[in-house]
Design a protein around this ligand. Structure first.
Ligand code: APR
Length: 250
């Protein structure tokens, strides 16, 4: 698809839904999961680190791994891809941002209507009671304990085999079915239920634009379009093409 054709779809859209994955944060220095060499799962076994069973088996190993990732996220800043989505949200009547990312960079960039499908690594919660704990002390004992029940604290993210946060999937499904344009940005579309959202939108008649550095493994067919490139370059170019005279953009 050409940038102009994509811009034409965006200019006339009233309800835009966007699904983002690790690819949009790659340019902020946060590794993706499945990119061949650099992806996290290339050097770590998700079964050993991102499942409830792994946490029961070795809570300290899992806590330390997430603490390392949390430190990387704390150093990262939103990039032009994140900011371009803020600009789109400012200009279209209805906008929903569905993210699989746990880094919190969309909100940091200024996005408002965000659904965190896989939680947020900046938060922790009690593994027994499930309550979110705002402040915790990284002491000798890792994981630290819940101040209320002394259960282990765990990252407030969704592990393999766990349900999405309450209401998140329903909200995401609604915005996918009601949108008149769906953007899928920087995701390998391998992990369900998030990966089914673009096709839910497509089944309800919305054109889908896939923005990714590759078309490999991505869906294709009538109504599914591709803009190949880095999100931090393609999204700003799309905003400029859709609103060329609007110089209020960043
Ligand atoms: N711009 C756009 N796309 C990019 C960029 C970039 N700069 N860099 C990489 N990509 C693409 C890759 O081609 C790949 O298709 O981003 C995608 C990243 O895919 P994954 O690493 O599989 O990440 P994601 O789709 O978010 O994973 C889904 O899996 O591991 C679980 O819970 C975790 O939320 C995660 C879920």
């Amino acid at each position: 698809m050409t940038m102009d054709a994509a811009a034409d779809l965006l200019q006339v859209a009233n309800r835009v839904a966007v699904l983002t994955g690790a690819g949009i944060s790659a340019e902020s220095g946060i590794p993706t999961f499945r990119d061949a060499l650099s992806g996290l799962w290339a050097s770590y076994d998700p079964e050993e680190l991102a499942t409830p069973a792994a946490f029961r088996r070795n809570p300290q190993l899992v806590w330390d791994w997430y603490a390392e990732r949390r430190a990387k996220v704390a150093e990262a800043r939103p990039n032009q891809g994140h900011f371009a989505l803020v600009e789109i949200e400012r200009r279209v009547p209805e906008f929903t941002l569905l993210t699989q990312n746990v880094d919190g960079l969309h909100r940091e960039a200024g996005s408002r209507h965000v659904v965190e499908l896989h939680g947020n690594i900046r938060r922790v919660r009690c593994s027994d009671e499930g309550i979110v704990v705002e402040r915790w002390v990284e002491g000798e004992e890792r994981p630290p304990r819940c101040p209320r029940c002394s259960g282990f604290l765990r990252p407030d993210v969704v592990w393999f085999g766990e349900d999405l946060p309450e209401g998140a999937l329903e909200a995401a499904g609604r915005s996918a079915e009601e949108c008149d344009l769906f953007l899928s940005v920087g995701t390998s579309n391998l992990v369900v239920p998030a990966a089914s959202l673009p096709w839910q939108a497509h089944r309800h008649g919305a054109p889908v634009i896939v923005i990714n550095t590759t078309v490999e493994g991505q869906h294709s067919g009538p109504g599914i379009h591709h803009l190949v490139g880095k999100a931090g370059e393609v999204l700003p170019a799309l905003v400029r093409a859709a609103w060329p005279t609007d110089r209020t953009a960043w």
